[in-house]
Design a protein around this ligand. Structure first.
Ligand code: 6PG
Length: 235
């Protein structure tokens, strides 16, 4: 039985957690949004994998968020809450992107301050190096909420920024980590499902399209590794 992409992703996360906890005593994991990772999160939250992770040393963050209430079906936090979060993950180990402030820009600024405080870094200095950042890929080559042609692609200092909707649903304002944070990661894993993304993936990996056209092409960690997990159905 060939291992599914979701199972491979869950195993990659279990391994990364064990290595980070052994190395540094904790594991900082950035969750991706969209539908693809849901099966991976469910596998992580279930036996046998859930008992292979010391959740007391795991800290969860979000790579991006739709500017909707946390209970909204479009919320990435809501997806993670129903598929991954369980009693074994301390509530204060989950740092959600705030979407209850008046504007996406205010939410982005607060999240950046929360990250700076967690990592004990100056908020206007170099970004933190997350142990693992999970990313998805849109049919248009976007990743997180970095959309083709968006101003967010040019953000080289802020760790978190607001971004207007892209062209793919849900067409709502977004808050997203920026390239400086993505490219400071120790490890990045793209979870890609669906034949509709094949062209964008080919453009990124084989045609070396510019990041303005295929934003996932801008994810080139300075010192970290990038893993791509594909399947016609990765979810
Ligand atoms: C979001 C995501 C986004 C997502 C891709 C793939 O908030 O929409 O973070 O980058 O990962 O659009 O989404 P699917 O997994 O639903 O195809």
């Amino acid at each position: 039985m060939p291992i599914t992409c979701a199972a491979a992703a869950a195993d990659l996360i279990v391994d990364a957690a064990a290595a980070a906890i052994e190395r540094a005593g904790r594991f900082t994991l950035v969750l991706s949004g969209g539908r693809t990772p849901e099966k991976t999160y469910e596998l992580l939250a279930a036996a046998p994998r859930t008992s292979a992770v010391d959740w007391s040393k795991v800290y969860l963050f979000f790579g991006d968020e739709r500017f909707v209430p946390s209970g909204d079906a479009r919320s990435n936090y809501a997806l993670a809450r129903r598929s991954l979060f369980s009693a074994s993950i301390p509530a204060n180990h989950i740092l959600a992107i705030p979407t209850n402030l008046p504007t996406p820009a205010a939410g982005a600024a607060l999240y950046a301050r929360l990250l700076a405080s967690f990592f004990g870094l100056p908020p206007d200095g170099p970004p933190p190096a997350f142990d693992l950042i999970l990313l998805g890929l849109g049919d248009d080559g976007h990743t997180a909420s970095l959309f083709p042609g968006a101003a967010a692609l040019d953000e080289e200092r802020a760790w978190v920024t607001a971004s207007p909707p892209g062209t793919l649903p849900p067409l709502v304002d977004r808050i997203t980590l920026t390239y400086p944070v993505l490219n400071a990661a120790k490890q990045v894993a793209f979870l890609v499902s669906g034949a509709g993304k094949a062209e964008a993936a080919r453009d990124v990996l084989m045609r070396h399209a510019p990041r303005s056209e295929r934003p996932a092409a801008g994810v080139k960690p300075t010192h970290g590794t990038v893993t791509w997990l594909f399947e016609p159905r990765c979810g």
